[in-house]
Design a protein around this ligand. Sequence first.
Ligand code: HEM
Length: 401
Amino acid sequence: MSASAYADYNPLDPAVRENPYPWYTYLRDEAPVKFIESLGAWAVSRHEDVRKLLLDHAQFSSDPLIRIAFGDFNPAPDARYLLSSDPPDHTRLRTLVNKAFSRRYILELRDEIAATAARLLSDLDGRDEYDFIAEFAAPLPVTVVGNILGVEPSMHAAFRRWSNNVTAGGNADALSEQQRAVIRSDANDFREYFLARINTVRKKPEDNLISALVHAEETGQKLSADEVLALSVLLLIAGNETTTNLLSNAMVTLAQFGDEEKLARSERSLIPALIDESLRFQSPVQLLFRRATANTEIAGQKLPQDAIVMPIFASANRDERAFSTPERVDIRRTDLRNQLAFGWGIHLCLGKALANLEGEVALNALFDRYARVEINTPQIEWCDAFYLRGPKNLPVRVHRA
Ligand code: HEM
């Protein structure tokens, strides 16, 4: 197909969701800042521009994000969310949550994550064919985040359902009245459950993140119950489907680039680089949004105040101006530090260390147990959410080591 066949980029088009990368190449080369009618937003596709935009939180506010993600189904409508706040609120919230979610605390979770991964795989011991997502890539992160937050294991399945339904609410136009009623009731359950937990740990502290958030204090300031609710909801949602997609996208990538898998299997210290490279190549969060706080410009394109701007992380991550041979997966590449799958600047993913650890532990567990994980479908169906990327399901056939 000629390059101009990709001139009409529309992320809502199923053909784009199937394989967005030729459209991204067109945008970077021909229209690096382009207005996208279907979303009413300006797509920003080059690495340099995406990075600058993410660093400039004064001119580009994060305030549209929660409305876009939840639509009318926000479980904590009265609270400021970390993800969609700007300084000084963002600074206050991030300082408090950083205290409770420190890198040291995350690294201590390695054994617990390894035990969860081993249990999930042991439960599959009699089976050579299964859905990698339903059996492994989805339950692993929900169990990990559920345990971190201090949610009873019996609630984890309900959690996953809630978080999937509440995020599907962001695409409200596509929903029937009945679906809307279910999502509204789920958002309400979410809210009631967390507020009750917050109340309990306020009276009697526990050894979990909800309790740490309730009791975290910075220069005399604490988080309100609504802010703890918003953070709990955000951690659950931000850490769930993204990490599921990290794991399943890594499987798809390895099936395509077998030599890189061989290399990582023979040199396990390369697994973190393999995770990073897979995140660059198939970024689970493809794009997000910002709002221009004043008349401004990006790469010479003038933008009016309140323009909605859409940094495409996944396009930046395939930009030949920032990465050599970006269409190739190369776990020894030296330019990986440029990858933007976790964002950049003040909103850099809070769960980066956790997601990387889950990925590393999961791949080690899979490599230990299986000599090969074969993708058992001729055609992968990609998820419907236009800003995320990951298979809807992933049938695999495993070959034991
Ligand atoms: C591979 C998995 C993940 C990917 C690709 C990912 C991606 C991202 C991206 C791109 C952002 C930046 C948003 C922006 O600039 O507007 C972000 C922020 C965030 N992520 Fe993640 N994430 C992942 C896993 C997690 C996990 C496991 C958690 C926690 C359990 C988490 C929690 C958050 C939070 C709380 C923010 C907001 C930070 C802020 O606004 O200061 N993420 N993530």
